[in-house]
Write a protein that binds this ligand. Sequence first.
Ligand SMILES: Cc1cc2nc3c(=O)[nH]c(=O)nc-3n(C[C@H](O)[C@H](O)[C@H](O)COP(=O)(O)O)c2cc1C
Length: 155
Amino acid sequence: MKTIIIAYASMSGNTEKMADYIAEGIREEGYEVELKSSLRTSVKDLLKYEGILLGAYSWGGVPDEFIGLYNELAEVDLNGKKAAAFGSGDSKYRNHFGIAVNLINEKLQERGAEVILEGLKMNLAPEGNDIERCKDFGRQFVKKLNQEKQAEKSL
Ligand SMILES: Cc1cc2nc3c(=O)[nH]c(=O)nc-3n(C[C@H](O)[C@H](O)[C@H](O)COP(=O)(O)O)c2cc1C
């Protein structure tokens, strides 16, 4: 089984930058990661991976570029998968800041995935400290994935 996939939607490049930095963090931990546009990803692709990272910017809710994949999630059982969500938003949307991240997380849980990290939301493009936060999200995802695997083995 392949290890980690990042499937993301990004219209103006902010979420894509997050995805690239997260991938850097994952690779630093010695893991391979496949980066794919959500438009070119089907749920069947996701099932080939142990760890699933889904990223989307917010557009009132889940953006059009991500909605196909989001709707397809309703058809699969993600039990045993480890997952997390991330995405860029704009803090001026206040209560709806990064709303797509919340919706994706809810969907992942509803389908039985174990969400092993709190969703990562960023205001517009990752800059300064945010870059490190993205890389760390990738590193932490690998660490948690390993911890969960160890815990399952010892059961
Ligand atoms: C019509 C419209 C609706 C938006 N809705 C939201 C929203 O509900 N919540 C939010 O946090 N950001 C919202 N945004 C801001 C985008 O999510 C933000 O610009 C983001 O950085 C875009 O990411 P991307 O570069 O990956 O496409 C909206 C932007 C537009 C133009």
